[in-house]
Design a protein. Structure first.
Length: 298
């Protein structure tokens, strides 16, 4: 067995069943210390079950889980793990500062209140009461509570759900600045692409892929060629080398191809009237759909 002393989280052959549903089936992966890892997969893939097991909220039927070289429950009981749930009420009549101060005291004052407010980007709303916070600000308070105990490991479940684009960006900057090993679940794949060091893709209770976002995107192969054509004819475009499918909107053309060089050469050589041509790789969303739908990948 692999030596797990350097890993923050180690799953070794973990299975978990609820009645007839096999939620996790022989799952093995590691999260290294200092890593920021996204747990991705469609609804029902087993992400929440995996996180519940990591937090010691459930026990596996089979396999072994180590968190910070301890059992999950042991690591949580020692205050070494911070978790930011997706929802959960905040006291409506206490100020943000009061709530954060309570969390800091509960963890034995491992951080100062000012430090936590600043890390979570809450300075400007510190005097506001819970019932006067926007959805995104309330999420930041939950983040602050997760950070209050100076955890070695952070779990974030759909952390940016109520945030606008600028808040999301600021939030992820805060996470990176906190510098803690982080595991997060999200359905915003652009966030996983931009902020995760590594992605673990679950489907039907098994790990179907893991690697950097670029590796995952490269797994599905294929390229997208976009251009403007004077007279696009879908049937003619579909007959070009490597082309899988074609989308035409007016003169704007999107071509998915397994042979970008061949497609582009044929566009310029035999189709003509080509302008504004761009070639890009698959995005993470496309990769995930392919990987989790069981289609053959390159
Ligand atoms: N307490 C439970 N009792 C019975 N079945 C459950 C229970 N919790 C989860 N399941 C089932 O186990 C499977 C995995 O669920 P899980 O919540 O771990 O998936 P998920 O990837 O987190 O999904 P989502 O993205 O929808 O949150 C699903 O089929 C789900 O219906």
């Amino acid at each position: 067995m692999k030596n797990t002393t350097s890993a923050a989280i180690a799953f070794q052959g973990v299975s978990k069943r609820y009645g007839r549903v096999q939620a996790l089936d022989d799952v093995t992966f590691e999260v290294g210390r200092g890593e920021c890892v996204a747990l991705l997969g469609p609804n029902g893939a087993g992400k929440s079950t995996a996180v519940d097991l990591m937090l010691g909220l459930r026990r596996p039927d089979q396999g072994r889980i180590r968190v910070l070289d301890d059992s999950p429950a042991g690591a949580v009981a020692a205050g070494r793990v911070g978790a930011m749930p997706q929802s959960g009420g905040l006291p409506s009549d206490a100020t943000v500062r009061d709530v954060v101060a309570l969390a800091v005291r509960l963890y034995g004052a491992r951080r100062t209140v000012g430090e936590v407010l600043e890390m979570a980007g809450l300075d400007e709303v510190a005097r506001r009461r819970g019932d006067a916070l926007s959805g995104g600000q309330a999420q930041r308070v939950r983040f602050a509570m997760a950070l209050a105990g100076r955890p070695e490991l952070l779990f974030l479940d759909e952390p940016t759900v109520a945030m606008d684009a600028a808040s999301r960006r600021a939030f992820w900057t805060s996470v990176r600045q906190a510098g803690t090993t982080t595991v997060f679940a999200t359905h915003y794949l652009d966030e996983a692409d931009a902020f995760a060091d590594r992605v673990i893709v679950l489907a039907h209770g098994t790990v179907v892929a893991e690697g950097t976002p670029s590796t995952i995107k490269a797994m599905v192969g294929g390229r997208t060629v976009r251009c403007v054509l004077d007279a696009p004819e879908p049937s003619r475009l579909l007959a070009l080398p490597g082309v899988r499918d074609v989308g035409v909107h007016g003169r704007d053309v999107t071509i998915r191809t397994d042979d970008a060089d061949g497609t582009v050469a044929a566009l310029y050589g035999s189709v003509g009237g080509v302008r504004d041509l761009r070639v890009s790789g698959a995005d993470l969303e496309e990769a995930l759909i392919t990987l989790t739908s069981g289609k053959q990948v390159a």
